[in-house]
Design a protein around this ligand. Structure first.
Ligand SMILES: NC(=O)c1ccc[n+]([C@@H]2O[C@H](COP(=O)([O-])OP(=O)(O)OC[C@H]3O[C@@H](n4cnc5c(N)ncnc54)[C@H](O)[C@@H]3O)[C@@H](O)[C@H]2O)c1
Length: 395
């Protein structure tokens, strides 16, 4: 693929490392940045033929197959509309938009223009997520009851994130978007998110947006998801997920405890891993960060799908659903009530009821629990189907 990269900052460079850092055939051929010197610097670093500070000029080129949007949140819509105008395939970083209204306009625009659209939610492409999700799909955890995701760090790296107008929100939008898509994927993307309860506060930073939040999201099949997000967490980037089902559990730690621990007095360079707060003492490096964060598998899916003429795993529609869930979170944080998720466009299943929690033991009883005790007795706890009486058999 020949790619136009819009944005030469933090994520634009991570994407460039993923697209060109290995022996790939994909190539960035055009780079836009707000400042000409930043575009030129990026072009030199990644051997890009065309550098500009004109957004449309970066997109409207015959050699560009796909446009990759790596711009501040308030510029996503403008860039997407230019891709529609020039009929260019487009992939956009997270969050898709600042709110569901904006996301819906973008979704309808790409669908009307008939262009390929991909949502760059890297954290559902990490090697650990892909394996865990495969196990969940194959039934290793049974029925999924609860999926929890946490992303906390000491705060973002550019001024615009801290401005509620440009960013659209605080850590709920910036980090909650990852958590919602991760947990939604485990529960089932065809299951309707129904309502949310959210707490949010500005505990530390001198900003208008929230810097810390916790939320619960109820799904139509009775499953619950939970996110914990913060821009005030000290100690690096904490990325952890938990999934609980009737037959099993998964715990994933993607960043701080990956099995790689190192002590140093601090004699090497400054950079260790994203948002690491220290370069001395006991440290937790991440290995191949670009791969561990899912960027490689994400672009593989995006570009392979584009070549085959099929939809990628993550599309603008997913980004829109995520924005709708987060809008409900913002509302709930204000009203302190469970708030419905408003989805004008829903393409999943409807009318899904909660699965029965009753497990048959024999004609008269339901099984409550079986346990082998430390003294060698096996206990079977039962509930009578008609009287409701609880009893136990000891074997
Ligand atoms: N894991 C992820 O997927 C991930 C991680 C970080 C950021 N992001 C997303 O990527 C997008 C860009 O974030 P970033 O961290 O690369 O930001 P950044 O500040 O590092 O870079 C933004 C780039 O956008 C361009 N730009 C154009 N107009 C601008 C303006 N008015 N103000 C600032 N920059 C302007 C510049 O080239 C700048 O380098 C955001 O939507 C953010 O949420 C995603």
């Amino acid at each position: 693929m020949n790619i136009a990269m819009l944005g030469s900052g933090f994520i634009g460079r991570f994407y460039a490392e993923s697209i060109q850092g290995y022996r790939n055939k994909d190539k960035i051929v055009s780079i836009y940045s707000r400042k000409e010197e930043s575009a030129t610097k990026f072009a030199t670093d990644y051997n890009v033929g065309f550098a500009t500070d004109n957004l449309e000029a970066a997109i409207d080129r015959t050699d560009v197959d796909v446009v990759c949007i790596a711009l501040p949140n308030n510029m996503h819509e403008e860039a997407v509309l230019l891709c529609c105008k020039h009929k260019k395939a487009v992939v956009t970083t997270k969050p898709l938009a600042r709110n569901a209204e904006e996301a819906k306009r973008m979704l309808l625009a790409v669908e009307k223009a008939g262009i390929f659209n991909g949502y760059l939610e890297d954290l559902v492409y990490t090697p650990k997520f892909l394996k865990a999700h495969e196990s969940v799909k194959n039934g290793a955890l049974g029925r999924i009851l609860w999926a929890k995701s946490r992303e906390t760090h000491p705060g973002p790296h550019s001024d615009w994130f801290w401005d509620i107008e440009q960013a659209g929100g605080g850590c709920i939008l910036d980090l909650g978007c990852h958590c919602v898509e991760i947990t939604r994927s485990y529960i089932g993307k065809d299951i309707l998110p129904v309502e949310v309860m959210c707490w949010a506060d500005t505990q530390v930073k001198p900003i208008d947006a929230e810097d810390h939040s916790i939320a619960l999201i109820k799904y139509e099949n009775g499953a619950i998801s939970q996110f914990e997000v913060s821009w005030t967490f000290r100690g690096g980037l904490d990325l952890r997920d938990e999934v609980m089902g009737t037959e099993g559990t998964i715990w994933i730690n993607s960043f701080l405890r990956t099995g790689f621990e190192m002590f140093t007095t601090g004699k090497s360079g400054d950079y260790l891993a994203e948002k690491a707060e220290s370069n001395s003492g006991w440290l937790f490096p991440v290995g191949d960060e670009v791969n561990e964060l899912g960027y490689n598998h994400m672009f593989m899916d995006m570009f392979a799908s584009l070549e085959k003429g099929i939809q990628p795993k993550e599309t603008f529609y997913d980004g829109y659903v995520v924005n709708a869930v987060l809008d409900a979170c913002y509302k709930s944080a204000k009203t302190k009530l469970w708030e419905p998720v408003k989805l004008d466009i829903w393409r999943g299943r409807t009318g899904v009821s909660k699965d029965s929690h009753l497990q048959e033991y024999d004609a008269e009883h339901y099984l409550v629990k079986e346990e082998m005790t430390h003294y060698g007795a096996k206990k079977i706890i039962l509930k009578n189907k008609t009287t409701g009486k609880l009893s136990q058999i000891t074997q």
